[in-house]
Design a protein around this ligand. Structure first.
Ligand code: FEO
Length: 400
């Protein structure tokens, strides 16, 4: 069976890789899998940081037992209660009946609700400390990153932040655990996808959490997903990725997300994209919403400032896959996007009207004139799509 992996002195990695699930939260594709990270500090007292998805509890407990090396387990610190991390908590308590479950008030409520645990729970508050011997832990409550009970635990001795989901990524840990052992570049796009899909709605709480972290000297980030960040430059980079995403600050570029049943609306998307390129915009991403998982479209909408949406009229409404995408954008309180739109119909138009309402609801800055096409592309529609592409390019270039 697998063994725990030493990270530093008395700190062990006892997490697991999941290459089986197709969808994270049963929503988001996992082509590169995901890791559920758990850590043990084996000091005079022992402390476990989160558990793992219950599907992997067998491997997890085996690793934990080896890492404990005969010691008792004194504390399990719950930075986050979502069951991909707390899933093995009930079983943990059965195996280690004396372990103290450490969390805040909201954690305690969920520990009872999910696992029926009411005794041996140590309720801590923001700023409270816990000494393990050599290591001293400080609890930082960071609510709504991305659940109400989320917190981060800082080890003042080794300057490690156990950050919960924050700074986590999709993607398994293949062999290595830390950024010194893996190519960090492999994980950045998956970090952005993780953030935008899972945490994206909570920009303001993430900003508050980052403010709190700003006063800490951080030498290592131990997140619950993806690599352990140890290199100074990488730590700065992942914090800056979170900072940028949580401010909804995009790079120069345009996502064109369109629905098209028979290719007519797609020609509008192609024409807008052509003109953007003619105007010198390099980052132009076309997504056919029926083919591309929304997970990746949402990721790219977080990455770039420009968003253009196109849709046919379907049953006197938007094309369903476009409507579904818009609900995900609205559900993330997406801000600060330049927005253009176009639509089509055969006998009665509804798509452009709905897109206009979406622009109002999101308060996106509308760029250019919306284009509405009846049946198929003729010269006037082509020219209007060119104008829309040019208007978007001009707006982006104003920010250079
Ligand atoms: Fe990785 Fe919010 O759970």
């Amino acid at each position: 069976m697998l063994k725990p992996i030493p990270i530093k002195d008395d700190l062990f990695y006892i997490g697991v890789n999941d290459r089986t699930k197709h969808l994270f939260e049963n929503l988001w594709p996992l082509p590169k899998g995901v890791s559920y990270n758990s850590y043990l500090i084996s000091d005079e007292k022992t402390a476990l940081f989160d558990t793992v998805d219950i599907c992997y509890s067998d491997i997890f407990f085996h690793k934990l037992e080896i890492a404990l090396n005969g010691k008792s387990l004194d504390y399990v610190i719950i930075n986050h209660m979502e069951p991909d991390h707390s899933g093995s908590l009930g079983l943990l308590r059965n195996r280690y009946p004396n372990v103290k479950v450490v969390g805040n008030k909201r954690t305690a409520d969920m520990v009872q609700g999910f696992y029926g645990i009411t005794d041996g729970v140590m309720v801590i508050d923001d700023g409270d400390q816990l000494s393990l011997g050599k290591h001293n832990l400080v609890f930082n409550l960071t609510p709504m990153v991305h659940w109400p009970e989320t917190m981060m635990t800082y080890d003042t001795t080794d300057k490690i932040i156990f950050s919960g989901d924050a700074f986590g990524t999709f993607g398994t840990l293949d062999g290595g655990i830390t950024d010194t052992q893996l190519h960090p570049e492999r994980y950045y796009d998956e970090m952005i996808r993780y953030y935008s899909n899972v945490v994206g709605k909570f920009g303001s709480p993430v900003q508050k959490a980052l403010e709190k972290l700003g006063s800490l000297d951080i030498k290592m980030i131990c997140s619950t997903h993806g690599p352990v960040w140890t290199i100074d430059e990488q730590i700065k980079k992942v914090i800056s990725i979170y900072d940028k995403l949580s401010r909804y600050d995009g790079d120069e570029g345009v996502v064109i997300a369109y629905g098209s049943m028979y290719g007519n609306t797609e020609q509008m998307a192609e024409t807008v994209a052509y003109e953007l390129a003619q105007q010198g915009i390099k980052e132009i991403i076309l997504h056919n919403v029926s083919k591309r998982s929304h997970s990746y479209i949402i990721r790219d909408i977080f990455k770039y400032k420009g968003l253009i949406v196109g849709s046919p009229t379907y049953n006197n409404k938007l094309f369903p896959e476009v409507e579904y995408l818009l609900s995900k954008v609205e559900g993330r309180d997406m801000k600060h996007r330049y927005f253009g739109y176009f639509g089509s119909f055969t006998w009665a138009g509804a798509a452009v009207k709905r897109l206009a309402q979406f622009a109002l609801d999101t308060k996106f800055e509308v760029i250019g004139e919306p284009v509405e096409m009846r049946q198929a592309m003729r010269h006037d529609t082509y020219d209007a799509c060119i104008s829309l592409g040019k208007a978007m390019a001009d707006r982006l270039k104003q920010d250079r």
